[in-house]
Design a protein around this ligand. Sequence first.
Ligand code: PMP
Length: 411
Amino acid sequence: MTVGTVDRQLRDRAARVLPGGMYGHQNAKLLSPDHPQFFARGSGARVWDADGTEYVDLMCSWGPIVLGHQHEGVQRAVRAQMEKAECLNGPTDVLVELSELLVDTVAHARWALFAKNGTDATTTAVTIARAATGRDKILVAKGAYHGSAPWCTPGPAGVTAEDRVNVVKFEYNDLDSVRAAVAEAGAGNVAAIVVCPLRHDTFRDQELVEPAFAIGLRAICDTIGAALVLDEVRAGLRLDLAGSWESHGVRPDLSAWSKAIANGHALACVLGTDALREAASSIYVTGSFWMAATSMAAAVATISAIRDDDGIASMHRAGSRLRDGLEAQAKSHGFDVRCSGPAQLPFLTFAGDTDFALAREWAAGCARNGVYLHPTHNWFIGAAHTDADIDRALDGTDAAFAALAGADRAA
Ligand code: PMP
């Protein structure tokens, strides 16, 4: 099986008017001929591709869909705001309401600054840290993704050495390597350490943060007078509404958010402490659509719903059911797999599958059996995933393991 007629026609047309037919990480050519490029609609935990094929959605639009597609409360808030205004000469009252909600919800936050994408948020956080400290250097973990701006994009094309000259790398979960990076940069030159709540780099098993690492980073930042920036873009609102390192007792100076914040509507934000309030007001950042009101109304509805309906517990339950099922299936089909990361951000790799060939074939089998997931990037669970959705997904993953086992035996 390959993708349907409508998808193929759209790909042909796109090849003429889009660079590479589709740019960036959503290029379906990175997956398999069984993965669709184009989607038509979503509802709850299900999506339909352009040819009308239904999938249980285990990618949640790469994270934004935290409450399910077309969540009624969020969509109602969006429609009500759209009736009034989307884009005016200045912000609406929703800007203040959302800022208050975030300051009340996220433990370290005393103010909020909004943008559109995760890259805006991480880049703005770095700018604020530099404005606050008057320093240049930024420490980031090797292999971590913080966005597609020249200072952090993993793709070297079009990027100059000068764009990166102030970025120094360390190893995630390795404090000695952080100390070495500080020494390389010069302690008095470090504006910020930027770090994700867990190691969720592509092409490898996920790795939870060691509490001592989080605590140690906080201590190093305090000692050298640098800002600790927590990049919550991918994990934020799925692990702990108060902040992903709250259970470790570690609060950042700045945090960057996007993806799940407005259940699929375009919004990002930087949250910060009182000590960085002045620096945040000193920098010049803005965008034509950064004050657009509907996504802010969506964010108020999204965060309130996760809080009021205990969405994180729902995601944890659904993700655990999925992981238990996958581990049992892999065993019964004779595969040695590793499920890594928190239940809400699942991922599966095959032991010894260094080129991800098995993972790709299995993911293609999942797509053929109505389950949309990714072979090399972590997946996402949403609060809309019911037991029935997970069981339906497990039917598909089981069929994909069976097909892979059959192919293995035939080979
Ligand atoms: N930081 C992290 C941890 C991310 O996962 C991403 C997006 N995958 C970004 C930053 C950049 O976000 P965006 O693609 O919205 O610019």
